[in-house]
Design a protein around this ligand. Sequence first.
Ligand code: AMP
Length: 218
Amino acid sequence: MRVVFLGAPGVGKGTQADRIAVQYQVAKISTGDLLREAVRNQTTLGLEAKSYMDQGKLVPDAVVIGLVREKLAAPSCANGFVLDGFPRTVPQAEELGMVLLSKGVALDRVLNFQVSREDIVRRLSGRRSCPKCQATFHVDFAKPKVDGICDRCEEPLVQRSDDRRDAIEMRLKVYDEQTAPLVRYYEERRLLSTVDASGAVDVVFQHLSKELAPHRVT
Ligand code: AMP
């Protein structure tokens, strides 16, 4: 199964990608996670990416394409993958198409997650994450057992620097300008399915599983 999860920031792609990766035994490739890891490890790439990410802007195509290319070549992708947060621009989509073509494979489906703008802002601004295990919580919808503390490792939770109001606005603007054109791009290639991602995590997971069932390999 080779799928792309498309949608604005905060629509829940990452949460669903984690679950789908387990259910279908495929690799989850999240460029956001890979970039945050590079920032934490203070690699050259991470240092370059950080200022773009903090402002809510996109990291240059060449940087993310390099990361994804490397991941797609790994044995963990042999059974397929779910791409979360990549591609985010038309050049990235074109590059992905070429990489897959060179491997003699193709995307099965692109799932376009839809949630209202109001809900997106509410989801992102209330999101908190654990700096140690990266688990995410929400101040209203997925509260930790103890306020402000990670359930798993008891670390104080933090707000991602790009989940602050001004960065959220920039991320949504960037989505509209640079990522939304991918809806048309994949529609034209007859790969796009729309998923109502406004409900609870379990409900959205059921919608997704239905969409993906025909692409199950095992
Ligand atoms: P995410 O966790 O997917 O919301 O990504 C967090 C940030 O990482 C984004 O706001 C961008 O700065 C950067 N990023 C993640 N994926 C990409 C991508 N495919 N292209 C460019 N920048 C990206």
